[in-house]
Design a protein around this ligand. Structure first.
Ligand code: HBI
Ligand code: FE
Length: 291
């Protein structure tokens, strides 16, 4: 069954426009909503130290996305638009694929305006403002990432309604949502789905269970994914230059090659995979002598 999309803004009763955007209505958030943001912000900032790519914390700082409550998108956009031409727009939640791609192609990131309830800190089914703004928006300050996201939107529009969309969605999943990156300092979190999850931020880098495989566009396009559990496989970019340009002719070749081979299960490894093992957990710190 396909998702049923809302037709009105539930806060005002006004019909949704064709692009699904709504006003953020920053003044409408409750004190509890801002506390939920603060709780999530502190928890994730702590767990991400030494685990996330440097550009993430650079982006947070530049955009003044901080613990002091849910950000006002207008404040973010004043900085973000000048830096990379992107803007954040508010939407009620998931939007149809073609609407999502049209926003990205126009360098608009659709962010859920609502925030999860205190009883749902660890799992939500649709993206809220914490996942979207904390997880996705800081890296939009990075020029290569900003260009990749817009190119993904153009590619999505080109493939909308075709079987190739399955392959393109896998690429988004294994880079933008669940990608890792090999930085000079070590293996780092890159994807927003990991950035906004306390449990997976630890699991993705250090747990022995999942595979960590060198990024390969066609290989990813063959790989199914599961949305309701920690990933069984992560793909590791060597850097921002690894993000594919997504030019139409090259992309068509990748999609055709991926479609000509059988799909791979999420945990399945193949001979051509270059795998990496996580570094051993650091030994427990020596106890200070009592005195
Ligand atoms: N809508 N708001 C929102 N956020 C998403 O990440 C999103 C979406 N609609 C479709 C979608 N993602 C994916 O199915 C595409 O990347 C294929
Ligand atoms: Fe996301």
């Amino acid at each position: 069954m396909g998702k049923v999309y809302p037709q009105i803004d539930v806060r005002t009763g006004a019909p949704l426009p064709a692009d699904f955007t709504v006003a953020q209505r920053h003044g409408d958030y409750s004190a509890q909503d801002h506390v939920t943001w603060e709780t999530l912000f502190h928890r994730q900032s702590n767990v991400l130290k030494g685990r996330v790519v440097d550009e993430f914390f650079d982006g947070l700082a530049a955009l003044n996305i901080a613990s002091h409550g849910i950000p006002d998108f207008a404040d973010i956009n004043r900085v973000l638009a000048r830096a990379t031409g992107w803007n954040v727009v508010a939407v009620p939640g998931l939007v149809p694929d073609d609407v999502f791609f049209a926003h990205l192609a126009a360098r608009r990131f659709p962010a859920g305006y609502w925030i999860r309830k205190p009883t749902q800190l660890d799992y939500i089914e649709e993206p809220d403002v914490f996942h979207d703004v904390f997880g996705h928006v800081p890296l939009l300050m990075q020029p290569r990432y900003a260009d990749y996201m817009a190119a993904y939107g153009r590619a999505g529009l080109a493939y909308a309604g075709t079987p190739a969309l399955t392959h393109l969605a896998r690429l988004y999943w294994y880079t933008v949502e669940f990608g890792l990156m090999q930085a000079l300092a070590g293996l780092r979190i890159f994807g927003a789905g990991i950035i906004s999850s306390a449990g997976e931020a630890v699991y993705a880098l250090a747990d022995p269970a999942p595979a960590r495989v060198r990024f390969d566009c066609e290989r990813i396009m063959r790989t199914d994914y599961e949305i309701d559990r920690y990933q069984r496989i992560y793909f590791v970019l060597a850097g921002y230059d690894d993000l594919p340009a997504l030019q139409p002719a090259e992309l068509d070749r990748h999609v055709a090659a991926a479609a000509s081979e059988h799909p791979l299960r999420p945990g399945q490894l193949i001979d051509s995979d270059i795998t990496m093992t996580p570094p051993p957990a650091p030994a427990a710190a020596p106890q200070p002598a009592a005195h």
